[in-house]
Design a protein around this ligand. Structure first.
Ligand SMILES: Cc1ncc(COP(=O)(O)O)c(C=O)c1O
Length: 408
């Protein structure tokens, strides 16, 4: 209002994604703040247990981010200099970067142009003596062709580390994400299926992998009685065998037995995660409903292509991506992006293909044309707003605005 005259308020911009945090979440965090532990206390284990129950995985290791989850999973699989991972370029850079941080190399292979996930045939062709890990990415929330990928991995003795940053809550052949690979890495960044602010987690059925990740997330130090190895320097200096038993029993005793990091997640974050996890089903259902309306509205549009959803999968709908038929249009993708943004839709582009970032271009002499499906997808993609707290009106507004911008 100005001078008592109502002024037209433009509708609030809709981001492409955002968190849903309610009073229960806030109460759960406040409860931890009032307690004795604010980091690495009981809420961490409770969150890990809740993720195990939700996914059916036998082990869960919660960490400070999805990037940390990938890094620890790769380290647990023994990735190091001289090794290579194979992944897709249609992902966030972290999938590849975490391998480089292990000293390993990254081979990018093309996507299936319909599902937008790693193409198992391209994967088969790329495997070589250096390959140690396959890192499929459940792009936009859609699980990859895991039966094919796991069979290829088995044939070549490789470890599958699934990047499921987008897909917590999705299923493949009736099985939940979290149980479909040797290790599954999740992210709890605010736009993801559930949030802990920053945070991540690895699920696995492999106890040795889980133990190594637990060790490395906290400096490679084994606490308390488990830290007691052989006669170590610390004990020898203090009198050797005489002190062994008393030192090992002491509360302060924890030995560093490997080189680790501080990738710990806090009790505060895990309390939030635990509370969020109770709403995962509702979050994914809301995402599915909104995505269903978008698909109905855009399915037959002559200028729009949609991600193909195989019958065997249900998507967690992290992103709703459209592919524009630019060859039939007068407008560029940039113009469509700018117009939608100016009309309050926070559309995005996911992702610049990772092999075309300057760092990877220089390292592997990549250039345009190397991975044609990924590049063609990138040239014409847009992600539309999609998050559980969107209203029916928000959804209508997205559909109407997209149709009108493509009509002009
Ligand atoms: C596919 C993918 N992998 C990994 C990550 C890294 O997760 P985080 O941001 O929690 O480190 C992200 C996050 O954006 C992602 O989208």
């Amino acid at each position: 209002m100005s001078d008592g005259i109502p002024t037209h308020q433009p509708p609030k911009p809709l981001p492409y994604g955002r968190q849903w945090v309610d009073e229960d979440d806030i109460a759960a965090v406040v409860e931890v703040l009032k307690g004795d532990w604010i980091t690495q206390g009981p809420a961490v284990t409770a969150f890990e247990d809740a993720v195990k129950a939700a996914t059916g995985a036998k082990q869960a290791v919660a960490v400070s981010s999805g990037t940390a989850a990938l890094h620890l999973a790769y380290l647990a699989a023994g990735l190091g200099p001289g090794d290579e991972i194979i992944t897709t370029p249609i992902t966030f850079a972290a999938t590849a970067n975490a391998a480089r941080l292990c000293g390993a190399e990254v081979k990018f292979v093309d996507i299936n142009p319909d599902t937008l996930c790693l193409d198992p045939n391209a994967l088969k062709r790329a495997i070589n003596k250096q390959t140690k890990i396959i890192a499929p990415v459940d792009f936009a929330g859609l699980p990859c062709a895991m039966n094919e990928i796991n069979a290829i991995a088995k044939q070549h003795g490789l470890t599958v580390v699934a990047d499921a940053a987008h897909s917590l809550g999705a299923t493949y052949c009736g099985k939940p994400v979290g149980t479909l690979a040797d290790m599954t890495c999740m992210s709890f960044h605010p736009v993801k299926s559930i949030t802990t602010g920053e945070g991540g987690l690895v699920t696995t059925d492999n106890v040795a992998f889980a133990e190594r990740m637990r060790l490395l997330r906290s400096h490679g130090i084994r606490p308390g009685k488990d830290g007691y190895t052989q006669g170590t320097a610390a004990m020898d200096n203090e009198g050797g065998a005489k002190n062994k038993s008393s030192d090992a029993a002491a509360g302060w005793y924890g030995e560093q037995i490997d080189l680790g990091l501080n990738y710990r997640i806090t009790d505060l974050q895990c309390a939030l995660g635990n509370s969020q996890l109770k709403k995962l089903g509702m979050f994914v259902t809301r995402r599915q409903q909104i995505a269903g309306r978008y698909r109905d509205a855009f399915r037959d549009h002559p200028l729009i292509d949609l991600q193909h959803l195989p019958e065997s999968s249900s998507s967690a709908w992290h992103l709703f991506v459209i592919k524009l038929h630019l060859e039939k249009m007068r407008k560029t993708r940039r113009a469509v992006y700018d117009e939608l943004r100016s009309q309050g839709l926070g559309v995005q582009v996911h992702y610049i293909p990772v092999h075309l970032h300057p760092y990877y271009r220089e390292r592997y002499q990549h250039r345009r044309g190397d991975l044609p499906h990924a590049e063609s997808y990138y040239d014409r993609c847009l992600s539309l707003p999609l998050f559980p707290a969107m209203t029916e009106d928000d959804g209508d507004r997205v559909i109407k605005t997209v149709l009108s911008v493509l009509r002009d």
